[in-house]
Design a protein around this ligand. Structure first.
Ligand SMILES: Cc1ncc(COP(=O)(O)O)c(C=O)c1O
Length: 400
């Protein structure tokens, strides 16, 4: 199979639906925080496959876990037990303070499971009558995924419009607007869904007071508080869950991205009462919670805990944000630095696309969210020397 760039691009153009605007690079190998293209050019990875490769690339313990498991057994369907699923569920519950887990294959699927979990409670109590509690409150500028359910909760016109009508009864409110929250949440609300740090809309950190108000509104109206931690969860902010920076405890949490470190995997975590709702036969997945993904994920959490990586994420994040703030002082196009841990956005006054392209030319993988925000999601193993190199390159590329 040929791997030259132009051959790959030609095949892609002919045979793959054109849903992505891809940069003209073919990555063929990774090593730690570095990526290599088909010509052997080295890149520093400050994107981690959009928050997936939390331990970088080719991690020796993850490679040996995967190869060992491949020799044993790759797939066991959910009609039987495998050795790792329940142990991983126990770990996720210990780390989150929640009680039960449903395993799936992506962030979108975890959000879908949350929507179903929120919907079914009132149905079970409605004696076969129309479900009175089907409305959801979500945020403008949110992103929860691309299936029709998750898209229905996503407050961005550009993604929704071509597919409307979507699921009715979803009310979108501005982030951090407590008055709008109080007006939107009623007894018909089954769920309020929030990303504690919005990723796709350009790294927007929600106020702790807003999360607290959402908790109270859900309690007042018997609705589920759902946190979508698909992008901000699992160590990225310096805590295992972004909500742990506050004292708010959700009913449901969706996670994915780094959960399987590149083996596709998602999970919905829920409090005890959800066990009655997601009961026998209410939901399922052929691949969800398979032995390969679960074993890799257990190894991920073991490495995180053994090596104190949460502390490392917090301290490298602080250093990184400080260095980015220095650029703000020198470049008027930089308006704000936002984020927590190693989930950082640089708000620009105009499009960041050309900067992303120029950084790629120089051997740095970064990304632009919501048009004007440079997004940095490096592996948790990033060192200060790598951050310094990125800062020097950005200093040259940002307009003076
Ligand atoms: C907050 C959030 N939720 C859900 C999703 C969808 O996840 P996936 O692409 O794994 O389906 C994403 C993806 O970027 C996300 O950032």
């Amino acid at each position: 199979m040929t791997s030259t760039r132009s051959a790959v691009q030609t095949l892609d153009q002919e045979f793959v639906f054109p849903t992505y605007a891809r940069a003209p690079v073919v990555f063929v190998r990774g090593e730690g925080v570095f990526l290599f293209d088909e010509n052997g050019k080295q890149y520093l990875d400050f994107l981690s496959g959009i928050a997936v490769n939390a331990l970088g690339h080719n991690h020796p313990r993850i490679v040996s876990t995967i190869t060992d498991q491949a020799r044993k057994i790759l797939h066991v369907c959910n009609l039987y037990h495998n050795e790792y699923q329940a142990a991983l569920a126990q770990t996720l519950c210990r780390l989150s303070g929640l009680d039960s887990v449903f395993f799936c294959n992506s962030g979108t699927e975890a959000v879908e499971a949350a929507l179903k979990a929120a919907r079914i409670r009132a149905y079970r109590n409605s004696n076969g009558q129309a479900n009175p509690k089907v409305e959801v409150v979500a945020l403008l500028d949110s992103f929860h995924g691309r299936t029709c359910g998750a898209l229905s909760l996503t407050g961005q016109e550009k993604y929704r419009k071509p597919f409307e009508p979507l699921i009715p009864g979803v009310h979108f409110i501005p982030r951090n607007d407590i008055d709008a929250l109080h007006a939107a949440v009623t007894d018909k609300t089954c769920a309020v869904i929030l990303e504690p740090i919005q990723g796709e809309s350009g790294i927007q950190v929600l106020d702790a007071a807003f999360l607290k108000a959402a908790r109270a509104a859900c309690d007042d109206h018997n609705a589920m508080l759902v946190f979508d931690e698909v992008q901000c969860g699992l160590g990225r902010t310096g805590k295992f869950f972004a909500f742990q920076h506050t004292d708010v405890q959700p009913d449901l949490v969706a996670v994915a991205k780094p959960l399987g470190l590149g083996i596709p995997m998602g999970a919905l975590l829920g409090v005890k009462k959800v066990r009655e709702d997601l009961a026998l036969g209410t939901h399922g997945s052929t691949f969800g919670g398979g032995p390969l993904a679960c074993r890799v994920s257990l190894e991920f959490f073991q490495i995180m805990e053994e090596q104190g990586l949460l502390e490392k994420v917090a301290s490298q994040g602080q250093y990184f944000s400080g260095r980015l703030a220095e650029l703000r002082a020198r470049h008027p196009a930089v308006q704000e630095i936002r984020g927590k841990g190693l989930m950082i956005g640089m708000q620009l006054s105009s499009s960041g696309k050309e900067i992303v392209r120029q950084m790629l030319d120089r051997g740095y993988v970064i990304n632009c969210a919501n048009e004007t925000v440079l997004r940095f999601l490096p592996p948790y193993l990033i060192e200060r020397e790598h951050i310094d190199r990125l800062i020097d390159a950005l200093d040259q590329v940002l307009p003076h």
